[in-house]
Design a binder for this molecule. Structure first.
Ligand SMILES: Cc1ncc(COP(=O)(O)O)c(C=O)c1O
Length: 367
């Protein structure tokens, strides 16, 4: 088999993006101006919410959102431990307490664990649509309503995914999105946004991200500088026009992998009522580390999302390791492997990767 280089992910860059960047350079306007306003309007229209509020990263967007929600010390937030560490940072920074729950076979929060995690101190649920697969929104929403909690959807990996035909990010009290370079929609740098139908919350986040002001020298709140940039907004606007096509391509690559790899290694499970956008295609095998080394040796980029559950990370394990027993989370961390998938990936590349996985597993059988 001829050697190829296949990256784990590749950001979308086009002539149209280069022209958009030039347009901003010539405009002489660089921060929170026309491109940002247009990008916000287009993101809101695309996801079907009233407001998209841009910020300097997905984590910044979450921090602003929790501030606007009034999250405070002692509050509890139910969330998965099998996710990106940035999901927990803004919660801890507000002095609130994460209550970690285990995952199901989709790698998203196990809906059966939500209700029993609610206590009198619970204020909200953070539902992470991990790898591009929507979590169980029906159950999370019902529990949130019953206990008067807010529901935040983390769509950092799932922009464009649908749940029962409706766009994720439009169900909860608000949602957060990331535009980091590996994400399905990228601005080729850091960036993120909050999505919400709540006019007051959107207004507050707009003020908090920009030194607490609506007008230039009138500071109604003590805020931050967590603004967004015109060049990146212009890039995002082009990328958004191609997002549906890119997500479609991701699904085609995933279907090809499913076909070739089901029964060879563990392949992703998708609920029939969701439209998955495969930010990551995650396979599973007890021989994960050897398979990763074999793929890397043959030019294939791989990743582990995530090798250490949040509650076992060095920064948090003293406080949380003994408090939470999450067997499916810890088992997944030892066996999962993300293999290449991106919006402009070729089927030839997917065939190369699949051939290698099959070859590795056949060899392992013959050892
Ligand atoms: C699920 C999830 N939530 C939140 C974030 C944070 O986004 P950002 O890197 O833009 O701060 C990420 C990305 O790392 C993520 O994957």
């Amino acid at each position: 088999m001829a050697m190829r280089e296949v990256p784990l992910s590749r950001s979308f860059i086009s002539e149209e993006i280069k022209l958009a960047v030039m347009r901003v350079l010539e405009s002489g306007r660089f921060v929170l101006d026309r491109e940002c306003e247009e990008f916000e309007a287009e993101l809101a229209a695309y996801t079907g919410v009233r407001h998209a509020v841009l910020s300097s990263s997905g984590t910044a967007a979450s921090s602003l959102l929790y501030l606007a929600l009034g999250l405070k010390p002692g509050d509890e937030v139910i969330m998965p431990s099998h996710t990106a560490f940035p999901c927990v940072e803004p919660i801890i920074q507000r002095g609130a307490k994460p209550i970690f729950v285990d995952i199901d076979d989709t790698y998203c929060t196990d809906p059966d664990q939500l209700e029993s995690a609610v206590t009198p101190r619970t204020v909200g649920i953070l539902l992470v649509h991990l790898y591009g697969h929507p979590g169980d929104i029906d159950v999370a929403l019902a529990i949130a309503r019953r206990h008067r909690l807010w529901l935040i959807e983390d769509c950092a990996q799932a922009l464009g995914a649908r749940y029962r035909g409706k766009m994720v990010g439009s169900f909860g009290s608000a949602a957060v999105v990331s535009f980091f370079p590996s994400k399905n929609l990228t601005v080729l740098g850091d960036g993120g946004c909050v999505l919400t139908d709540d006019d007051g919350m959107a207004e507050r986040i707009r003020m908090l991200r920009n030194h607490g002001r609506r007008e230039k020298y009138v500071h109604e709140l003590v805020g931050y500088n967590l603004r967004f940039n015109e060049i990146q907004a212009a890039i995002g606007r082009v990328a958004l026009k191609h997002l549906e096509r890119h997500n479609r391509r991701r699904r085609e690559i995933a279907a090809y992998y499913d076909d070739r790899l089901a029964g060879v290694v563990g392949t992703p499970v998708a609920r029939p009522w969701v439209e998955h956008v495969y930010h990551m295609y995650v396979i599973r095998t007890p021989r994960r580390d050897a398979l990763a080394a074999f793929l890397r040796k043959h030019g294939v980029g791989v990743g582990i999302h995530y090798p250490t559950p949040i509650h076992l990370q060095p920064a948090l394990k003293m406080k949380f390791a003994d408090r939470f027993d999450l067997p499916r989370t810890t088992a997944a961390a030892n066996e999962i492997l993300s293999i290449p998938i991106f919006g402009e990936m070729s089927l030839d590349d997917a065939a190369y990767v699949s051939d290698l996985v099959v070859e590795f597993v056949n060899r392992a059988w013959n050892l």
